[in-house]
Design a protein around this ligand. Structure first.
Ligand code: SF4
Length: 374
């Protein structure tokens, strides 16, 4: 039985999605123009119908930071921009394992190994490739978290190796619509990203691919990006909100070009276009949404999040993330990694007190990246 909002456009769309119909571009644009108070409960209904009441948390490690030759206009790690981030070479497998264990302790179900570059090349940098493989094996064998990877552009051979090593989700964001992509990146093409996703899928990995909102794109670009992701076939759809990095072309204004209402509406429409995917709120959520707004996307169809630190900056505490989830009337997923949410909240609160006592406040890098931007 479909809950009725009284808004005919929204109610008809929900009924069709529940019937298994795919909404098209025209439907999505019409939905985006509807009031958020109608869209949000409709998307929440669809989330509950196709899924459950859990929010899935993943966590990442930035396994190699900075000096990337690409020029993605939002990215703190591009060599083209002077952002002052901490550049470092590939972390050893043991260090990555430690990060995975911390993520597991904090309730992550999935752990992504992220490398900042166009692609970790087995042919051009075999030593680095071997270290990535060793890290994957260590995390796979010594934790209960699902191991994911975000290593940039892949060849067919590389995709097959990663699938054989047990990588579940391959992350490679498309960032925005095909039309707007050249406004954001000039050193590679939208199609390069799509081809990597297709190779990862053909090799047997599930796909985690998403967008960054607030980069100056039009609402039509937001819809077109979601439709492109549906054509590709993603099971996890990360939604970053631009966290402008000083020194990058998108850092000048200091704010993302999107309102809270538009964020919630976009999440709701993404849920209706991707009824069975995990719509995952990732980088930029703490800086673009006030503390008392953070739960709202989870009342509008979101059912996943990135917890812990982002690529070059700190996120909020895992305990705070759990409180956001619970405020939305949902609960943390424990399918892959059973943990006690109350213990995580208590530990986060103790850690916060310790930091306040020792240092006055938690440290934070001045340059903000977006969370899963490879
Ligand atoms: S988003 Fe990835 S490919 Fe683009 S500049 Fe940043 S690290 Fe390089």
């Amino acid at each position: 039985m479909v809950d009725r909002t009284g808004n005919r456009t929204v109610d008809d769309a929900v009924a069709r999605v529940i019937d298994g119909e795919r909404l098209d571009r025209r439907d999505a644009l019409a939905l985006l123009a509807q009031p958020v108070e109608d869209l949000a409960p409709a998307a929440d209904y669809v989330r509950a119908y196709y899924g459950d009441d859990t929010v899935d948390a993943c966590s990442i490690v930035n396994a190699k930071a900075g000096n990337c030759a690409e020029d993605c206009g939002f990215c703190a790690q591009s060599v083209h921009f002077d952002t002052g981030i901490d550049n470092y070479g590939f972390l050893g497998p043991e260090e990555i394992l430690e990060a995975a264990k911390r993520a597991e302790r904090d309730g992550a179900q999935r752990f992504g190994i992220v490398v900042a570059e166009k692609g970790v090349s087995k042919e051009k940098r075999p030593d680095e490739w071997d270290e990535v493989i060793q890290a994957i094996r260590l995390v796979r064998d010594e934790t209960d978290v699902e191991v994911d990877a975000s290593l940039g552009i892949l060849t067919e051979e590389e995709a097959e190796i990663l699938a054989d090593e047990g990588i579940n989700h391959y992350n490679h964001n498309i960032e925005t619509s095909p039309n707007y992509f050249p406004e954001v990146v000039s050193t590679h093409e939208f199609e390069d990203r799509v081809k990597t996703l297709e190779r990862a899928k053909a090799a047997g990995m599930d796909l985690c691919a998403g967008v960054i909102l607030g980069m100056g794109e039009a609402p039509t670009d937001r819809v077109d990006a979601a439709l492109a992701l549906r054509d590709i076939g993603v099971s996890s759809l990360p939604v970053n909100i631009l966290n402008p990095v000083e020194g990058t072309p998108m850092g000048e204004d200091g704010t993302a070009d999107i309102s809270t209402e538009e964020i919630i509406e976009t999440i709701a429409v993404y849920r209706l276009l991707h009824p069975e995917a995990r719509v995952r709120l990732t980088g930029g959520r703490e800086v673009n949404l006030d503390a008392d707004e953070q739960h709202l996307p989870f009342e509008a169809g979101a059912d996943g999040m990135l917890t812990g630190d982002y690529l070059t900056t700190e996120g909020q505490s895992p305990g705070d993330d759990i409180e956001v989830v619970e405020r939305a009337g949902l609960e943390p997923n424990t399918d892959q990694n059973e943990f006690d949410p109350e213990a995580v909240k208590a530990r986060s609160s103790d850690d916060g007190a310790a930091v306040e006592t020792a240092a006055g406040s938690a440290t934070s890098n001045a340059s903000e990246p977006n969370a899963t931007d490879d």
